[in-house]
Write a protein that binds this ligand. Sequence first.
Ligand code: ATP
Ligand code: MG
Length: 510
Amino acid sequence: MSQNAGAEVVLRLDRITKSFGALRANDAVSLTLRRGEVVALLGENGAGKTTLMNILFGHYVADEGVVEVFGAPLPPGNPRAALAAGVGMVHQHFTLAGNLTVLDNIRLGTESLWSRWHAGAREKVQRLSRDFGLAVHPDAKVGRLSVGERQRVEILKALYRDARVLILDEPTAVLTPQESEALFATLRKATALGLSIIFISHKLHEVMAIADRCVVLRHGRVVGEVDTHATDKAALAALMVGGELSLPRAEARAPGPVLMQLDAVSTPDRGAAPGLKAVRLSLRAGQITGLAGVSGNGQAALAEIVAGLALPGSGAISLRGSPVARWSPGEALARGVARIPEDRHHQGSIADFDLTENAVLEGYKTRFSRRGWMNWRAARGFAEGIIRDYDVRCPGPETRIRLLSGGNMQKLILGRAMAPGPEIILANQPVRGLDVGAIAYVQGQLIAARDRGAAVLLISEDLDEIMGLSDVIHVMSQGRLSPGFARGTMTAAELGLWMAGQKFGDSDAA
Ligand SMILES: Nc1ncnc2c1ncn2[C@@H]1O[C@H](COP(=O)(O)OP(=O)(O)OP(=O)(O)O)[C@@H](O)[C@H]1O
Ligand SMILES: [Mg+2]
């Protein structure tokens, strides 16, 4: 029994059912949340977690079922009523206004920004910041904040409106490990003060660390409910996918020739983000090159160079031994470089385009157009092929991509990148936000691409992923690249020292 077993029930979802056309996203889902409790909501991509939370918060109206907050039923489809009843939601995608200050964002929607009497507001925000350990300056412009800081603003906003129940939909998907730790400290303070939390995450170690209880959804149904201290990661993973599952491991293999080479490539710093510092990197055929490091250490700059989105400030790029003269995204694609972008929502897709349009984004359009005319029939066939081969679960190619769950969206982007049989694959955080089954699938595809002779550059913050897949590992820190370490020659602890920058010499000051 959970330690909160006797506490007051603050939230009750009773037999919630919701269908989208023929798809039953939630099927008679019931869930209770008690005062001071953290309940983790788990399930594969597309299991129905976000849909359930959207119903709770009034964004969607359930076909059947009731939501009760503090014993009173909530009127369906009314976010204001949910807010007034004390439910606060921190969305998977933030909803803040970048041109306003932190304080104004927090006040937005609750009081007039023209009112000059916001001294009380400022004090309240400062008090909440202090009590919950949410450091952020009230007068900072939100557009200039890091992702972690923006999330703190979202949480402050909910707390400012006196939320008693906080819903966090994959809050750590966009955070560095350090930011996640800070978030957990905040959540522990919140529950100690009597708040209750629904926490959605695919990262089982986080769930084990923060949740009292786990509710597991599969295909829209509750398939399990367990106290965290009575379970473990393997059991939770098995509940989620309905069986045992193990991640693929790449076996060692002899590499082929160098397909892409960067020589002494440097790029300018961008604000707090370091540029590249004389990076030398060889990507070989039949090899997965892993790039480890805490994000924000130059990985984005390196990815842009490889994909043709940026040019080196100095240094040279060569392909198969010849220096490239022109370099652009179109050029990179034409020369066999495919990209799985880091942020599938903002860099990888256009939310309101359908799957066909998204499948031919990013220069792939040229493959389907002649003399400026788009061959939509061929494009649609291409999309249908990806949907079939990569098991994208959706009603069809005319579905708007924003309606897909994270995992299905990633499969489409993966399929788009892999379909032309690229020689060089840039896989930037390819499994972020994916469930265990989808992770195994995506990683298996990367290994298969390597085995047919592609050069894969895998950028990931997850050391287990890097160590499991990579033939060679480099570490990035402050824009510098470590030497390449062959598979199995380094421990996680040794890589960690490189990640912390302690192993790099000081000679690079020049
Ligand atoms: N507005 C909508 N119209 C049509 N289908 C939808 C809509 N919203 C969600 N779906 C579908 O309902 C199912 C459940 O989606 P949901 O977003 O709730 O999954 P999830 O568990 O949050 O997944 P993830 O872990 O990838 O975020 C998916 O198949 C999704 O494509
Ligand atoms: Mg979701």
